[in-house]
Write a protein that binds this ligand. Structure first.
Ligand code: F6P
Length: 529
């Protein structure tokens, strides 16, 4: 948190952390009023923060901290469309994509509505079979090409919502993100170009991986059809860079805009979500948007002490700054949410993995910890050992789904039982029965949050993801960093250019000894082939 050491709130939080270090989570949980203050429901999602390591006094202090750092004012500035992304001089208005920013300009609302109408027309045509390929056949397969924010949200939700009845009318949807040819080869294998549609998503339309994959897809298509004019019926594009996209060959009517005010990792609600719309249909996509809108309204209007993303951010920041947690494990107890940790990795780590403040000054406090995770119960037979008995300090988010969607109740009951029990073990731990059994001791007292979705429906997941988005914003405010840029990823992109040339034997520019050695080794391997 960015308070100077001398600030009285900082001192009192540090004193509280010292005081709490001698109190067991078991004892914290005996305070029913505290527990109530840490449990909140919204749009079919139950958020339970009661296994976090705070008492009512710390909660009050944290709320004071949020107020003193101007969180409510900064939140209002975001919703009002102020240019809070200072390093890129941009507004942050992904909320406008789901009507969650009612004060936004009429031009923006009109553009969003018009684009949505065009998208929905295309989606209905593809799903109904009215959209025909160049030989007159309906579309059976869709390949989505994009990476990072142009990929992770769509793949997460296409998988998460595949059980919905409306997904039965969807074409097969395949994702290609990696520049590794194995990715696109796998996706293309066995597909018929006559019935395959490509969606190329790139906000900048200059991302290397997406460029290379889109070119390969186009070559694959042209080699089989020999007809450049057929591209129009088989390629859709989503980008802010209309000019570069037009040069690629998309038909004008198949290009969908994005706007500078939508960050890539906040963009699944826009045309980037085309595969989701194709998977679940437009009416159900509207429920997804509605779930997110409800979260926006909650964030904008609810008092700080009952505001779910505010509490989530304050607790997460408390865990990092005062309890020394250096990782956040996201544990999905639902196979359909297996990709949630990947999605949240980009959302939280690309947003808040920063070491300068909003004005560019170096900072000397911890910002975003490493977020990782996986699917329960599998993880219990792999890395949970370290969580229970290792020496690392961590926090965990458990994500459970209450209702069974599988009609195999025994499985679901075990899944829930394990999800709840793992959090219990991390909270309460286990005291060995005697000194000979120290190896069985589990310290416990690890902070965790449990979210239980009533069912895995579009409204619930829309709400959950929007809550995480707002949590990210709040943490950015608490750390005084810009959560909406990502300059750190640029260096690697630059450095890859000369190395690529050298691997192709086209450049002799010098490199440091380690890099030179690796390039020479790869060159030797390829010469030896
Ligand atoms: O390199 C990081 C990044 O810029 C992400 O922020 C973004 O989501 C991803 O690459 C893809 O970018 P684009 O949509 O412009 O292809």
């Amino acid at each position: 948190m960015h308070l100077p050491d001398s600030d009285p709130i900082w001192d009192s939080l540090a004193a509280s952390a010292a005081h709490l270090s001698s109190i067991d989570s078991h004892d914290l949980l005996q305070d029913a009023r505290r527990n109530d203050a840490l449990r909140h429901a919204l749009a079919g999602c139950h958020f339970d923060f009661s296994r976090q390591r705070v008492d009512q006094h710390v909660l009050t202090q944290l709320i004071q901290l949020a107020e003193s750092l101007g969180l409510p004012t900064k939140r209002d500035a975001m919703f009002a469309g102020e240019k809070i992304n200072k390093s890129e001089h941009r507004e942050v208005l992904h909320t406008a994509l789901r009507q969650g920013a009612p004060a936004v300009s009429k031009t923006i609302s009109a553009e969003v509505a018009q684009t949505k109408q065009r998208l929905y027309q295309s989606v209905e045509a593809i799903r109904s079979g009215a959209w025909r390929g160049y030989t007159g056949k309906p579309i059976k397969d869709v390949i989505h090409i994009g990476i990072g924010g142009s990929h992770l949200g769509p793949e997460l939700l296409v998988n998460a919502l595949a059980h919905l009845p409306t997904a039965g009318d969807a074409p097969g949807i395949h994702f290609v993100a990696n520049v590794d040819a194995a990715d696109i080869n796998r996706a293309l294998s066995g597909l018929n170009p006559e019935t395959t549609l490509f969606i190329v998503v790139s906000k900048s339309f200059s991302t290397l991986e997406t460029q290379v994959n889109a070119n390969t897809a186009r070559s694959w298509f042209l080699e089989r059809t020999g007809d450049k004019d057929a591209i129009g019926q088989h390629f859709l594009g989503v980008t802010t860079n209309r000019q570069a996209a037009s040069e690629f060959g998309f038909a004008e009517e198949n290009l969908f805009p994005l706007w500078d005010w939508v960050g890539g990792r906040f963009s699944l609600w826009s045309a980037v979500g085309l595969p989701i719309m194709l998977q679940i249909g437009c009416a159900v996509f509207d429920h997804l948007l509605e779930g997110a809108r409800v979260a926006d309204e909650h964030f904008a209007q609810t008092p700080m002490h009952q505001n779910i993303p505010v509490l989530a951010a304050l607790l997460a920041t408390w865990n990092t700054a005062h309890l020394g947690c250096n990782s956040l494990a996201v544990l999905s107890y639902d196979q359909r949410l297996a990709l949630l940790p990947d999605y949240l990795q980009q959302l939280e780590m690309e947003s808040n993995g920063k070491s300068v403040d909003v004005d560019g000054n170096p900072i000397d406090y911890r910002t975003m910890q490493v977020l990782w995770g996986g699917c329960g119960t599998n993880g219990q037979h792999a890395y949970h050992q370290l969580l229970h008995q290792g020496t690392s300090k961590f926090a965990a988010d458990f994500i459970l789904v209450g209702q069974d969607a599988t009609e195999r109740n025994e499985h679901h009951q075990w899944l829930l039982a394990n999800g709840i029990a793992q959090g219990q073990a991390m909270t309460l731990g286990h005291e060995p029965a005697n000194l000979d059994e120290q190896h069985k001791g589990v310290p416990g007292n690890h902070p965790s949050t449990t979210v239980i979705l009533d069912s895995l429906g579009p409204t619930q997941i829309g709400c959950l993801l929007a809550i995480y988005e707002h949590k990210v914003f709040c943490q950015g405010v608490l750390w005084n960093i810009n959560s909406f840029d990502q300059w750190g990823v640029e260096l690697g992109k630059q450095l890859a250019l000369p190395i690529y040339a050298q691997l192709g034997g086209h450049s002799a520019s010098s490199q440091d000894p380690a890099t030179r050695h690796l390039i020479d080794h790869c060159l030797k391997l390829n010469r030896a082939k």
